[in-house]
Design a protein around this ligand. Sequence first.
Ligand SMILES: Nc1ncnc2c1ncn2[C@@H]1O[C@H](COP(=O)(O)OP(=O)(O)OP(=O)(O)O)[C@@H](O)[C@H]1O
Ligand code: SF4
Ligand SMILES: [Mg+2]
Length: 327
Amino acid sequence: MPGTLLEVRDLHVEFRMRDGVAKAVNGVDYAVAEGETLAVLGESGSGKSVTAQAVMGILDMPPGRITGGEILFRGRDLLKLKEDERRGVRGREMAMIFQDALSSLNPVLTVGYQLGEMFTVHRGLSRKDARAKAVELMDRVRIPAAKERVGDYPHQFSGGMRQRIMIAMALALEPGLIIADEPTTALDVTVQAQVMDLLAELQRELGMGLVLITHDLGVVADVADRIAVMYAGRIVETAPVHDIYKAPAHPYTRGLLDSIPRLDRKGRELYAIKGLPPNLTNIPSGCPFHPRCPLVRDVCRTDVPPLYEVEDGRGSACHFWRETLHG
Ligand SMILES: Nc1ncnc2c1ncn2[C@@H]1O[C@H](COP(=O)(O)OP(=O)(O)OP(=O)(O)O)[C@@H](O)[C@H]1O
Ligand code: SF4
Ligand SMILES: [Mg+2]
């Protein structure tokens, strides 16, 4: 793929726990082009965050272990780098935004100090210049009265403002890639939209690649270029965002789409995918979605579906993707 920024190839991650081995990531493939937004979607426990943590090099190891695959960033396999080289990539070339700013920011240091630290540590700026940079960043993420507030502590900001600060921190060194893991989930609905719009706008302005992890299909349509849907640690469908909304090629994606509340279906009962996500220490045979799938046939219980090519740039891991697409 030309202009590929990040490519995850056949990634496998497991967690060795007392009650067995949880296979959290089971052969994930995805790619993000320079300047592109990839939304990663899926129910709780599908491996979205673990994949992102592996890319960032912040996986909890042990109990986590990467048992296979490659993570190519601008062509370099990050899994082959030494820890100090890896640290250089983190922050400078890629940065992450988490759900909960309060636990990611240091409560005893001012926001200005923490933002400034990016520049003193990575760019060798003086304290004074770094503080000016911090104010500039706070302006950029539209924190009102940045100059007056640069000396405040994280708890003095509202949740939405704190999330803006975390975005500012991630943008500080203008990395090529940002991974945002449920960046707005902890916020009020109205604030969610504002923060998401800001993130999307800055991403476009700076031309960064963005991996946006979310289980909110509602926000995806406006901001993402492509979608990757995860189930039981695999990508089950990947496609340009508009194609997937028009016609999903995997029953799981269809289930997700049908469970979004929509105005044009007001009054009708909301669909819910039946059953629960699989136990990762004992993933069902064949297609891991088969116990919950409305289209299940015998072959689904025995044969693992590969990611079939639906068309150029579109894949579905369903033996019956044709029927799903046209059904
Ligand atoms: N630190 C950990 N220790 C042990 N197991 C873990 C750890 N982190 C993740 N896992 C396992 O990996 C699975 C996938 O976790 P992951 O955090 O990637 O899910 P997710 O798709 O991000 O879900 P959510 O939407 O809830 O954030 C978990 O269900 C759990 O079994
Ligand atoms: S392979 Fe079978 S069980 Fe899996 S999603 Fe397709 S139809 Fe459903
Ligand atoms: Mg997660």
